[in-house]
Design a protein around this ligand. Structure first.
Ligand code: PLP
Ligand code: SF4
Length: 350
């Protein structure tokens, strides 16, 4: 069987390679990939059925990436919130720790596209050590979210070294891994990987699927393997114009995720990242999608629709309005069918 490293090695990374594989107009793409790298591995490439389909749009560079209106380089203020390189300390009790700059595919809508896969992001033994030292000095941090890039693109022994170092920090209670590997390079989820991960419980993985067509026999098998290792799986989906910005697609995706034992966690409003303006949707689109989920499908399949506040203000939930009025005596609300309902407030409360 071919190794995941071999598969990755055959990724499309150049315009000539792209033109060989897809019926794609590469004029005007030179600038795009000079700024934002391309990597389309053979597994994900094979999921493309036609030009500009939802898989294509996530992977194939587009001249629109060079056109921006209000977008900014680092919309979440991550660089300003990094006390040491590659560690973002935004919330008091949890941090984001970037442990590699590589991904199994470079998503065109990536919020960190300013640096992933480029020399603008350096992860070295020294930055990793600075991260561990910072965590030892900040015992209020109990929850470390390792991301990148994609941590599961590290070799098994490199990943295990990081997990061991984090586990050695007494104040850390939970390790979370953010990884798109289950959806874009599922063969990376090997038995050996799972046997390493399961030594570091409580360990959670938040994966990232954006379209029902990413749910394949291969990605299902990868999630099954991880879930069988006792690893709770969540999903962080990004709401993307022309890819999944309608109730039908999101509903199908969320229900499909539950079937492969992945619990939808966040549905993200796209960030203001430079190069992704063409993927943004009005917040009303996401709110309307959420209205089509609540009450209509299992509560287990419903993610929190969230906006990551520009400037590092943190994530806030965006929730459709069900409450119509509260006059102190009665809470008047609308249910999922649009019926007006009433809940009498408690009369005496001390
Ligand atoms: C998203 C994020 C977290 C984790 O937030 P949760 O809501 O707990 O999932 C932590 N740190 C940073 C910088 C983040 O962006
Ligand atoms: S896998 Fe994640 S970090 Fe990597 S390019 Fe895609 S969205 Fe960005």
């Amino acid at each position: 069987m071919e190794t995941w490293q071999n598969i990755l090695q055959k990724s499309v990374t150049t315009l000539d390679g792209l033109q060989e594989q897809l019926d794609c107009d590469i004029t005007a793409l030179g600038d795009v990939i000079a700024n934002f790298p391309m990597r389309i591995n053979p597994y994900f490439l094979n999921l493309i059925r036609s030009p500009n389909d939802p898989i294509w749009k996530q992977a194939v560079p587009d001249p629109a990436e060079m056109v921006d209106r209000v977008c900014i380089e680092d919309p979440l203020g991550e660089e300003d919130l990094s006390p040491v390189p590659n560690l973002v300390h935004k919330y008091p009790n949890r941090v984001l720790f970037l442990v590699t700059n590589k991904c199994a595919m470079y998503c065109r809508f990536c919020t960190r596209k300013r640096k992933v896969g480029t020399t603008r992001m350096h992860v070295t033994p020294a930055t990793l050590q600075a991260g561990y030292d910072y965590l030892k000095d900040h015992p209020q941090v109990t929850d470390v979210l390792i991301s990148g890039g994609d941590p599961l693109l590290l070799e098994d022994d490199q990943l295990e070294d990081i997990l061991q170092n984090l586990k050695a920090v007494p104040s850390i209670e939970i390790i979370r891994i953010g990884s798109r590997v289950p959806s874009v390079l599922p063969m990376r989820v090997t038995d050996n990987l799972v046997s390493i991960l399961k030594k570091y419980h409580p360990l959670y993985i938040n994966t990232h699927f954006n379209h029902p067509r990413e749910i394949t026999p291969e990605s299902s098998a990868a999630c099954t393997k991880l879930a069988d290792g006792g690893i709770p799986l969540g999903c962080q989906t990004v709401l993307l114009k022309g890819i999944n910005d309608n109730p039908k697609t999101i509903k199908e995706l969320m229900l499909g995720l539950l079937r492969i034992r992945v619990k939808p966690y966040y549905l993200f409003q796209a960030d203001l990242t430079r190069g992704i303006d063409h993927f943004r949707t009005p917040t009303a689109t996401g709110l309307d999608i959420m209205k089509h989920l609540y009450g209509h499908i299992s509560g287990l399949a419903i993610p929190t629709f969230a906006l990551d506040g520009p400037g590092g203000k943190g994530k806030i939930p965006l929730t459709p309005q069900f409450v119509l009025e509260n006059n102190g005596k009665n809470l008047i609300f609308e249910n999922y069918l649009g019926e007006v309902c009433n809940y009498p407030e408690v009369e005496y409360y001390d």
